[in-house]
Design a protein around this ligand. Structure first.
Ligand SMILES: Cc1ncc(COP(=O)(O)O)c(C=O)c1O
Length: 416
């Protein structure tokens, strides 16, 4: 029956853009497990296990470590809408599109948003952040750890102490960096942190792991207003304005995940299975090894791109290990090269946003794809596609340079 279309049978793309990436088959297998009701004792066990696994992933002891059922921006929105009361001052560090997104969400929550900006391709020094905190005295400081739009990673050590010293909460969006680089939430005194699966955690997008320390959880719980229909008879509403979103109300989401097991949304069971497996995969490999694997893929990709004579984007000392920006050479139509890579090699790479749209390509080497064969295949496809577009380059030099990096790493580890 033609009106019912064909069976789903997508081409076997290798997703080497800034995310989503090709999911680990283990995650997809876990997601095909039978559904359960969210109050089934088996499922409550899986929820508790997921909380425990993500405590390890975030390197935290935070009790309130759970999942928000939404893509990563829902994690951002849940923290902001639950924490910000209209008129609260929020300082957002903007070094790319995802800082801008946090400004936009904070404004919608009624915040008095103060923006600390730096040129795309750079990050902030701790002094810049400290003087902005002193100047604006915000209730909340919001930062990306890694902003995929610029491929930059903001160093976070010491920022938590600055925020504490000035009585501000520190919120970090680690969507793009989680497990790709160190993120010790407790050691860095990060008060709230959110993420997504679709980058280094090697899963699909659709769920946002989140962790809140007690300071944040208490501030949110103080505003607790349980919805009619599940509200216990003896419930005394919290203080302050009602959290403006029902879906992203973290006080109700805590009651749902916590011992009360109070009904809220219908759990996205399949996504929880995926998130649980993504965490298990990273923890089985060991976080330091996952970080090393991403750093090695980044070194190999950088060497390969430079070997091809291409120029990399941004301050390389603060480049994320899982995404690399490269200037599209003059005279080359970046979209045509990307289309060739997709059509001829089934490999997807990205461009960027705003001032970088059409000027750089972004290549992700993350999660399941932070692998030698994926890096070499991408460089080979880029080499061939550039040549087909008439661009003169030292053919094969990119793959060779990247192979040398992998060979060097293998030799160094076998010498140990
Ligand atoms: C740093 C960062 N934050 C937030 C997001 C938004 O995530 P999502 O598209 O899953 O809502 C992204 C997506 O690329 C991101 O890189």
């Amino acid at each position: 029956m033609r009106e019912l279309f064909e069976d789903l049978n997508p081409l076997p793309r290798l997703l080497m853009g800034p995310g989503p990436i090709t999911a680990d088959p283990r995650v997809l297998r876990a997601m095909s497990a039978q559904l359960l009701g969210q109050f089934d004792p088996q499922f409550r066990t899986y929820m508790a296990e997921t909380m425990e696994l993500y405590r390890k992933v975030f390197e935290t002891r935070n009790r309130w470590t759970m999942l928000v059922d939404s893509t990563a921006r829902g994690g951002i929105e849940s923290v902001m809408v639950s924490l910000i009361e209209p008129g609260d001052r929020v300082l957002v560090g903007v070094f790319g599109r995802f800082g801008q997104l946090k400004c936009e969400i904070a404004r919608r929550c009624g915040a008095d948003v103060r923006v600390l900006e730096t040129a795309w391709g750079t990050v902030f020094s701790p002094d810049q952040i400290e003087s902005a905190v002193k100047q604006h005295r915000p209730k909340l400081v919001a930062l990306c750890q890694g902003d995929t739009s610029t491929t930059m990673a903001q160093p976070l050590a010491g920022i938590g102490q600055i925020c504490r010293a000035h009585d501000a909460f520190l919120y970090v969006d680690a969507t793009a960096s989680i497990v790709g680089m160190p993120l010790p939430v407790d050691a860095w005194e990060i008060d709230a942190c959110t993420a997504g699966l679709q980058k280094c955690l090697a899963g699909p997008s659709g769920v946002a792991p989140i962790t809140l320390n007690d300071r944040v959880a208490e501030a949110i719980y103080r505003r607790r207003h349980i919805e009619e229909g599940v509200r216990p008879a003896d419930f005394v509403p919290g203080e302050g304005p009602v959290i403006a979103s029902n879906y992203f109300d973290l006080a109700m989401i805590m009651d749902y995940w916590g011992d009360m097991a109070l009904n809220h949304h219908t759990e996205a069971t399949t996504m929880l299975y995926g998130a649980r497996e993504s965490a298990r995969i990273a923890l089985q490999e060991g976080l330091p090894n996952v970080h090393k694997r991403h750093a090695l893929a980044s070194r190999a990709l950088v060497a390969g791109l430079q070997g091809m004579g291409l120029r990399l984007f941004g301050d390389l000392t603060n480049k994320m290990p899982n995404v690399t920006g490269v200037w599209i050479p003059d005279g080359v139509d970046g979209n045509r090269v990307r289309a060739r890579m997709l059509d001829d090699f089934n490999i997807e790479i990205g461009t960027s946003f705003g001032p970088l749209h059409g000027r750089i390509w972004r290549i992700g080497t993350m999660g399941y794809n932070a692998r030698k064969d994926a890096v070499l295949a991408t460089l080979g496809a880029l080499d061939a596609s550039l040549a087909r577009e008439g661009y003169a380059l030292p053919r094969g030099a990119g793959v060779d340079a990247a192979s040398d990096v992998y060979a060097g790493a293998a030799a160094a580890s076998s010498a140990k």
